[in-house]
Write a new protein. Structure first.
Length: 195
């Protein structure tokens, strides 16, 4: 999906990328290894290369492996791969698109789109929960469209009613009350004669 957005459509993806490569056991994470796109290899903190055979595992992952001979003599082995003979790093075949999405995370545009996405999700949640639109009852694409449009109209009318029926702010009430008191008493404390 990210690859389709970035490569084919040229859209900046404001989507959070879930990255499970972070390790919390004290060993090196994937971010500690440097990827070289020209040679298509990773370089470990010890300076050795991790290459790939080009075999795609699970339809979307390349495995980059270090040489066992390099790992055996490396002084950083206890911090890198203490339980394995050599280190391997999985890399998604569309990692470039994931890198683009990661670079956009935390920007002002990303935060704005996240805020707007929350608003839209609230509308859909309201449609599903309050207006009982968890399941469409009319058949076919036209029936589904008609039912959804009617539900959206009803939702907009409910919002309009709450906006129109909202009481005026407290400060406006105080100002109006003070103005009516001044008019009834008059200037200098003399009451105004009724007309």
């Amino acid at each position: 999906m990210l690859n389709w957005l970035v490569e084919k459509k040229g859209i900046a993806p404001h989507i959070p990328v879930f990255d499970k490569s972070k390790r919390d056991d004290g060993t090196f994470s994937r971010s500690d290894f440097r990827y070289d796109p020209t040679d298509d290899v990773y370089h470990c903190p010890g300076g050795k290369r991790l290459g790939t055979s080009g075999t795609v595992h699970g339809g979307k992952t390349l495995l980059y492996r270090a040489s066992k001979l390099d790992c055996d003599i490396c002084p950083l082995k206890p911090q890198c791969c203490p339980k394995e003979p050599s280190r391997k790093i999985p890399r998604d075949i569309h990692e470039h698109a994931r890198d683009v999405a990661r670079s956009l995370a935390g920007t002002e545009g990303f935060e704005q789109s996240r805020h707007e996405r929350k608003k839209i999700e609230m509308r859909f949640a309201h449609l599903k929960r309050i207006m009982k639109l968890a399941r469409l009852r009319l058949r076919g694409p036209r029936g589904a469209q008609d039912e959804f449009v009617l539900a959206a109209i009803a939702q907009n009318l409910r919002r309009l009613a709450t906006l129109v029926a909202r009481p005026p702010p407290a400060q406006a009430l105080r100002t109006a009350k003070r103005k009516s008191c001044v008019e009834s008493v008059g200037v200098g404390g003399k009451p105004i004669a009724p007309k």
